[in-house]
Design a binder for this molecule. Structure first.
Ligand code: FE
Ligand code: FE
Length: 168
């Protein structure tokens, strides 16, 4: 008969569930960033790249906590990367990922409190606040595209996916 999980093991599972969702986000946003750059939407590409790097930090922070608790950090994303979407559909994919993260982290923060792990609870809360920021950025761009269409898309064209190196 399987032994019941300890509270610590339950928290590790919650952290790994979150890490798996971060890994999906990282792969999705990197893929979109490359596609957008290829389509010459450099200004939107840089937003995707920046948010993708935020998700990398989240994946690392969850892994740090998992290791501290004696667990093994998952390397398996929880979803599949969508390729070749129109820009509006890309943003809908991204809003879905952020909404999922917000719901999950709200729930997991409360679970961690119930399991008596306030540090993990705080990690979920701090990450949650950043996911709300991501949702807001995606929602703004999506809203502008919906309202203004091609005129707004034109403002996202060109530009560099990376700030120019300093110096002349
Ligand atoms: Fe994240
Ligand atoms: Fe996010």
């Amino acid at each position: 008969m399987a032994k019941a999980k300890s509270n610590k093991e339950k928290v590790i599972d919650l952290l790994n569930e979150a890490r798996a969702s971060e890994l999906t986000g990282i792969l999705q946003y990197m893929s979109q960033h490359y596609e957008l750059e290829d389509m010459d939407y450099g200004k939107l590409a840089v937003i995707l790249k920046t948010i993708g790097i935020d998700e990398m930090r989240h994946a690392e922070a969850f892994a740090d906590r998992i290791l501290f608790l004696g667990g093994v950090a998952t390397s398996t994303p929880d979803g599949k990367v969508k390729k070749g979407e129109e820009i509006e559909a890309m943003l809908e994919t991204d809003l879905g990922l952020e909404t999922g993260a917000i719901e999950m982290y709200n729930h997991h923060a409360q679970e961690c409190a119930k399991l008596g792990d306030n540090v993990s609870k705080e990690l979920f809360e701090a990450t949650l606040a950043q996911e709300e920021g991501h949702w807001d950025q995606f929602s703004n761009v999506h809203g502008h595209i919906k309202k203004l269409g091609a005129a707004y898309l034109a403002t996202l064209a060109g530009g560099q996916a990376e700030p120019a190196a300093g110096g002349a």
